[in-house]
Structure formats: structure tokens, C-alpha cells
Design a protein around this ligand. Structure first.
Ligand code: 6GU
Length: 229
């Protein structure tokens, strides 16, 4: 799977691409990524990527041209609708586990990170094919959101996690429930004991307890997840 990331701050991605699971996915050849500084595609002498909004008001907007040319360069003659072109903005739909799973089946994604006060609207209407947000809060730019998107999708690419069951069991993916509580050694830590059922060796009882705990926890913390159950 190939990720092309359009950003004014490619250096922000170094630590994430060079650590842990994302690094190994690249080393194994399962994933490739490309950082494109779209400032390079600005044609004026100062490589201007932003400008003031028509109609007045504060702040600067990303100009359409450098982004269009950068994405067209990445498309290499393919049509805009052949590849998801994802704009990261707080105005997008929330990223969900389901969307991450769908995106993990694609061969290639083009990701656009915004900055400043926003984009010229034509980037939304005639360049991006979808807009995604992480949630209802505002980040300075799309870069951190792009890293979250990258992480959530790459871990679902077949072969990236050692055993495929670990991704399938995640909260939200494992039947739409939050995960049940888990314990490791020691059996008693500062007087806090591991629940007896987990030590019983009774696999059916353990499975029942886990299911109950997952339901209870979901009911208490995220009742919204149970609504379509
Ligand atoms: Cl995708 N971008 C920005 N700038 N802020 C956000 C976001 C994205 N998601 C949540 N907040």
C-alpha cells in the first residue's frame, strides 16, 4: 500500500515513520510512503502557498494551485476518482474504525494536510474526494491527524501485525464493544487481586465473564456504541 502525503511540514513525520510498527511495515515492504512538500509546486518566486480571503476577514487560506498541481503530479494521469484523496480538516466526517478498515483495502491513498486558517473551497469541491476529521477539537494543522490516519490504517494492512487476531480483537472492531479488563502477573499486586475466574482454568466461564465485562464497560462508558446492536 502506498501513502502520498501532501504537507508543508514533512519533517514532522520523521519520528512516526521511523518507530515501531509503522517502521517495520515499511521495512517489510508492506507499505511505502512519500512526503510531498506542495510548496515546491508553487510557481511564483517566493513559492507562496497561502493568501488572504476574498471578501475580507482575518487569516490566510491555502491557495488552490500548488495543491492541485501536487496532487495531479501524484495521480500521474490517473483520474481524480481512481484514488481516495483525503483532506484532513475539522470540517470532515469523523474517522472511524470502519473507515480505516475500508481504506486499508486500497492500493494507494493521497492525504492532504491543511494549515493556516483553511483551504480555498475549490480544494474541497474539486480536488479532495473526502474530508476526514479526528473529532471535535481544533489542531494547528492536518499533520498530526495524518499520522493518526496512517497509524490506524497501516496496522490493518495484512501482515503488518504479527498475528491477524490482534487487530480483529481491538475495541470497536471486536463486535463493536470496548475491550474487557485484562491482567498479568503478579496475581496479587499491592493487595489488588486478579479476579478468581481468570485463574479457574474454566475456558467457558472465562469467555462468559469477558463478554459480560465488555458489555458492562461499553454500557457505562460508551452507550452510543450499543445503539446499533
Ligand atoms: Cl483532521 N485537522 C485539524 N486542523 N484539526 C482537527 C482535525 C483535523 N481533526 C480534529 N481536529
Amino acid at each position: 500500500m502506498h501513502f502520498a502525503i501532501c504537507t508543508l511540514f514533512p519533517e514532522m513525520f520523521a519520528s512516526v515513520l521511523e518507530c515501531s510498527m509503522i517502521k517495520r511495515a515499511h521495512q517489510k515492504g508492506l507499505v511505502t510512503s512519500e512526503l510531498v512538500n506542495f510548496r515546491k509546486f508553487a510557481t511564483d518566486r517566493h513559492h507562496t502557498v497561502d493568501d488572504t480571503p476574498y471578501g475580507g476577514g482575518g487569516g490566510m487560506l491555502l491557495k488552490p494551485e500548488p495543491l492541485f498541481v501536487a496532487v495531479e503530479h501524484l495521480l500521474q494521469g490517473r483520474s481524480r476518482t481512481d484514488i481516495p484523496i483525503i483532506l484532513l480538516t475539522p470540517q470532515g466526517k469523523n474517522l472511524t474504525q470502519r473507515r480505516a478498515q475500508q481504506l486499508a483495502t486500497q492500493q494507494e491513498l493521497i492525504i492532504i494536510c491543511g494549515h493556516y486558517e483553511g483551504f480555498d473551497e475549490r480544494v474541497r469541491t474539486h480536488l479532495a474526494t473526502e474530508e476526514l476529521s479526528l473529532g471535535d477539537y481544533v489542531l494547528t494543522g492536518g499533520e498530526l491527524a495524518a499520522m493518526v490516519l496512517l497509524d490506524s490504517v497501516i496496522r490493518l494492512v495484512p501482515g503488518v501485525l504479527g498475528n491477524d487476531s490482534s487487530a480483529a480483537c481491538d475495541s470497536f472492531a471486536g463486535g463493536g464493544l470496548l475491550e474487557y479488563p485484562q491482567y498479568t502477573k503478579p496475581q496479587s499486586f499491592r493487595g489488588l487481586a486478579v479476579p478468581d475466574v481468570l485463574l479457574s482454568g474454566d475456558h467457558q466461564a472465562i469467555a462468559n465473564w469477558r463478554r459480560e465485562q465488555a458489555l458492562l464497560r461499553t454500557k457505562l462508558r460508551r452507550p452510543d456504541l450499543l445503539q446499533d446492536k
